[in-house]
Write a protein that binds this ligand. Structure first.
Ligand SMILES: Cc1cc2nc3c(=O)[nH]c(=O)nc-3n(C[C@H](O)[C@H](O)[C@H](O)COP(=O)(O)OP(=O)(O)OC[C@H]3O[C@@H](n4cnc5c(N)ncnc54)[C@H](O)[C@@H]3O)c2cc1C
Length: 286
């Protein structure tokens, strides 16, 4: 199928993109890597009047450190971040999640911010943004605002972005020296979307967990933090008993949806198994 007719523009800078967004309101859509938008347009599930490409905006193609954050501009391709030493060094959890995002071909075009803005409930990068205390930098012609990752994902394919706004960048918290991370996923096929996934990040000081971050895909209508388990691990040695209590707490709050790919009970079982494995893997430093 072919997309419904649309107009197209490709401004050379952010100001031009924001102007086009303001001029087109609900009828304007950002085109980044096109890996999700173009298939949806071809299926006529979305019919933007005006496609606003950001692919000529080189000012949005940056990965840089800013204080405690690793900041990623809206045009950074997933493959570039995957190959980046800076990402590997500063946000190892992000580097662990990236290879799970589809196949190489779509990562070569797909952007980090495009995945976050798309808001797929099974998108690995949403879970990474949650455990890395991501901050979404949202821009519009008349101003900017920031939204924490946890307040950004509202429902399936629904984010806090308003008409006329774009995600100009995302700031991921840099991971400290003795942090332990793991990202584990179960999918129905290689390069396919996750059926269930777990991201864990443990800040260890003197053998005790100073802070814990756990996010899951497939545990609700969006990627979500599992605070009940985080609280149990915090200030513990993350030993067998603490891991068992954390897994039980997660089990009790998971609201796993049933769909074509898996039923809810199966997903809950997979998620609790992945969580136990991820915590052991993180503590083993694997
Ligand atoms: C074969 C295949 C397999 C895939 N497998 C996975 C997978 O396993 N896991 C996964 O997470 N994803 C997967 N994807 C999706 C892929 O990661 C997309 O790249 C991503 O979802 C969207 O990023 P994009 O840059 O391609 O955005 P686009 O497709 O260009 O845009 C997606 C949506 O976000 C909006 N948008 C994009 N950028 C911005 C911005 N900066 N500000 C505001 N709105 C914006 C667009 O208007 C559109 O509505 C797969 C895609 C394909 C084709």
């Amino acid at each position: 199928m072919k997309p419904a007719p649309f107009s197209f523009c490709a401004p050379g800078d952010l100001a031009g993109v924001l102007e086009a967004l303001a001029a087109n309101g609900e009828d304007g859509r950002i085109l980044a890597g096109g890996q999700s938008l173009v298939p949806l347009m071809n299926l006529r599930l979305v019919r933007p009047e005006m496609l606003i490409s950001i692919n000529r905006c080189s000012e949005l193609d940056y990965l840089r450190l800013e204080g405690d954050s690793l900041v990623c501009g809206a045009l950074v391709r997933q493959a570039r971040a995957e190959e980046s030493d800076l990402v590997q060094e500063e946000c190892p959890l992000l580097a662990m999640a990236l290879p799970y995002v589809g196949g190489q071909a779509n990562r070569n075009r797909g952007t980090i911010c495009g995945s976050l803005a798309h808001g797929d409930p099974l998108a690995e990068l949403s879970a990474a943004a949650l455990v890395l205390d991501g901050e979404m930098r949202i821009a519009a012609r008349d101003g900017q605002r920031t939204v924490a990752a946890e307040d950004f994902f509202l429902d399936g394919l629904t984010t806090a972005l308003q008409p006329g706004e774009m995600l100009a960048a995302v700031a991921f918290q840099r991971q400290g020296g003795d942090e332990r991370s793991a990202f584990l996923e179960m999918g129905n096929r290689e390069h396919g979307f996750a059926v269930a996934a777990v991201a864990t990040r443990l800040g260890m000081v003197g053998g005790r967990c100073e802070f814990a971050r756990i996010a899951m895909l497939g545990a609700g209508p969006t990627a979500r933090r599992i605070r009940a388990a985080e609280e149990i691990l915090t200030d513990s040695e993350v030993d067998d008993a603490a891991i068992e209590r954390a897994v039980t707490a997660a089990h009790d709050i998971i609201e796993a949806p049933s769909d074509l790919h898996a039923d809810g009970e199966f997903r809950r079982h997979v998620l609790t198994t992945l969580l136990e494995r991820a915590l052991r893997q993180a503590m083993a430093g694997e």
